[in-house]
Design a protein around this ligand. Structure first.
Ligand code: AMP
Length: 363
């Protein structure tokens, strides 16, 4: 573990770096870049050889959801760049930057396995590079600020960034848009890949690419789920069995609302009542249990929104469809039982779960 030489803000100093040095990774099938200039050199070489680059931005702690995006990128490009960077500016001052899972060695091993798989796939591209920059590389001028009114060079995409997730996480999309603008500028990818799982992020990034005339194609990959429907997320490791079971209420609620739409209902009340009914029922069941049995949560929002503007809808236009999304705040467990699987952090880490379904247009 090495720390950057220059002292950044308190938030930034919590940032941890990969334990392996680039030289120890030379035997891998991809190159690891910490800096911009060598990656630009590679980009130029690839461009001159008429190769295409797909960029998959991640914060590491890789799971199947990330890998499915990388597979998609490899099927559409000759070369894939995966960035791994836990971006400090998208975490609010009270959020989980320091506890965000960092699993560099496991991530690199997964990418190496994936490259073996890709080399057996006919016509597929491969992971050519990992970009794992330091905070100093990504924020060369000022310490990265997580304050709402903090100084820095930021990209803001409003009003999209203020809605839904942005309502309770005011710096989140400013941080996401800023880091993605930097990554897009560094990598110069033909295509950039984002997961449907973070639907608001996809809308913000598409808007940024359009409004700033960024020369790249934004591609969206489907949400990868566990067998029971739970959307995969790097933060799920904190849930443990009890909160995981209860947290599935979000997916079930969205599915119920989707069922209402698919059965022909178009009004907000009809569609969202189905979802709200489920979260209310699960919460009241939990409240009736003892502290050693229950997992409490708060519904942050259940939204039915326009796919382009994210404005809340009273009625869905069936020709356009809608985005149905929600967020649950899983509270820390109040009391744990000995031997219980409480997840990483012993059930003490609050977990925000988000999920969404696309209500498809009907002709
Ligand atoms: P993260 O590392 O959480 O910032 O995610 C990096 C990328 O992977 C983002 O585009 C996410 O939307 C995407 N992603 C995360 N979880 C999933 C999932 N379960 N299915 C598909 N994509 C995902």
């Amino acid at each position: 573990m090495f720390r950057q030489a220059r002292q950044l803000s308190t938030t930034a100093s919590l940032f941890k770096y990969p334990s392996s040095s680039p030289s120890s990774l030379r035997h891998y099938s991809f190159k690891v870049f910490r800096d911009v200039t060598p990656l630009r050199t590679l980009r130029r070489e690839l461009l001159l050889s008429k190769r295409t680059i797909g960029l998959v931005p991640t914060m590491g702690a890789l799971h199947e959801g990330h890998l499915s995006l990388i597979r998609q990128a490899a099927s559409e490009n000759t070369d894939v760049v995966v960035s791994i960077f836990v971006n400090p500016t998208q975490f609010g001052v009270n959020e989980d930057l320091s506890s965000y899972p960092r699993t560099w060695d496991a991530d690199v091993a997964k990418l190496e396995d994936l490259n073996s798989e890709l080399s057996d796939t006919n016509g597929s591209g491969r992971i050519t590079a990992i970009l794992a920059p330091t905070a100093q590389t990504m924020y060369p001028t000022l310490p990265p600020s997580s304050e709402v009114d903090g100084d820095g060079s930021f990209v803001t995409i409003t009003p999209l960034a203020k809605k839904l997730e942005g309502a309770s996480r005011p710096v989140f999309f400013r941080g996401v848009a800023t880091v993605c603008m930097k990554l897009f500028n560094i990598v110069g990818a033909d295509r950039v890949y984002f997961g449907q799982k973070d639907v608001q992020q996809t809308v913000v990034i598409k808007r940024m690419v359009k409004d700033f005339h960024i020369d790249t194609d934004v591609r969206i990959g489907p949400t990868t789920r566990e067998d029971d429907g739970l959307a995969m997320s790097s933060r799920n490791v904190y849930l443990g069995g009890r909160r995981r079971a209860v947290g599935l209420a979000l997916y079930k609620a969205l599915k119920a609302a989707e069922g209402s739409y698919e059965s022909g209902m178009l009004s907000r009340a009809d569609i969202l009542d189905a979802a709200n009914g489920i979260t209310r029922q699960v919460l009241s069941e939990q409240q009736s249990l003892s502290e050693t049995e229950r997992a409490l949560f708060e519904v942050d929002y259940i939204s039915l929104a326009d796919p382009d503007t994210l404005d809340e809808l009273d009625v869905v236009d069936p020709a356009k469809g809608a985005i149905l999304s929600g967020a649950l705040k899983m509270a820390p467990l109040e009391k744990t039982n000995s031997g219980e699987d409480c997840g990483l952090g012993d059930g003490k880490v609050p977990v925000r779960l988000i999920d969404n379904l696309i209500l498809k247009p009907v002709n």
